[in-house]
Design a protein around this ligand. Structure first.
Ligand SMILES: [Zn+2]
Length: 258
């Protein structure tokens, strides 16, 4: 068994063959997937909920991505609070800060991030963090406004950022980037991440792992990333898959146990 801890499968790139993509994941040993509910931003935050209601091996998040922080309206808070009670919604996310693209003003990204931390805390569910070129502010906000659990999705930092993430109790999710030749820092981070604090993900349709790099990514390929990281750590593949699946259950709760 293996889990893809982060796959936004709602986009148009999967419209033609979504059923086949999900079947290929099952065939590759991927027993569960976490679909990400940020979509194109408000008002539609149900893109993952719809998938989770259709497919028994998919669970969902809801949240407003930092890219979409400028689309936040007064309706978003009540809507997210309501959706967080959905039995197949296991986390709030992905939320955080993205200073690489700066699609939304930074002060607004911070405000929307903090507001959603409050909503996740009320719901008692973990968070999925997206952070890009914004580590200092991300850690500062988490230290000031969050005491629960969460995952650093598609981890793009190095050893220092991994250590800080672990210090605040977070799990770290490695994507296909860890397989890329120009990512030695991410491999160093993986080497110091305890196996019981680690997840793997595709972030499909982006960032396909080697040897699929440059093609559309899909959940079946998480097996390649898992094999790569298991080999890097010198851990048996089956053991790696079992442990990361248990980590997923520990983080996202009994709702994901099938
Ligand atoms: Zn992301």
């Amino acid at each position: 068994m293996l889990v893809d801890s982060h796959c936004p499968l709602d986009g148009p790139k999967f419209d033609a063959d979504r059923d086949e993509v999900i079947q290929r994941a099952i065939d590759a040993g991927v027993t569960r997937m976490l679909a990400i509910g940020t979509g194109d931003g408000p008002p539609d935050l149900d893109v993952a909920v719809r998938l989770a209601e259709k497919y028994s091996n998919i669970w969902a998040t809801v949240g407003v991505h930092p890219h979409d922080a400028a689309k936040w309206t007064d309706e978003c808070g009540p809507l997210l609070r309501e959706r967080m009670r959905h039995p197949r919604v296991v986390a709030l996310g992905e939320i955080g800060l993205d200073y690489h693209y700066d699609f939304s003003p930074r002060d607004q990204q911070k405000r929307v991030f903090i507001e959603q931390l409050q909503i996740a805390a009320e719901a008692g569910k973990p968070i999925v963090i997206h952070t890009r070129e914004a580590w200092d502010d991300t850690f500062q906000i988490l230290r000031d406004h969050w005491s629960g659990s969460g995952v650093m999705h598609c981890f793009s930092g190095g050893p220092a950022e991994a250590e800080k993430s672990l210090e605040i109790g977070f799990t770290i999710s490695y994507s296909g980037i860890v397989t890329y030749p120009k990512a030695p820092e991410i491999r160093e981070a993986a080497l110091l991440t305890p196996l019981n604090r680690m997840l793997v993900e595709t972030d499909a349709p982006y960032l396909a792992p080697a040897p699929h790099r440059g093609t559309r990514n899909e959940p079946a390929y998480v097996a390649k990333t898992a094999a790569f990281v298991a080999n890097l750590l010198g851990v048996d593949y089956e053991q790696f898959c079992t442990q990361t699946s248990q980590n997923f259950d520990a983080l996202f709760g009994s709702a994901v146990l099938s």
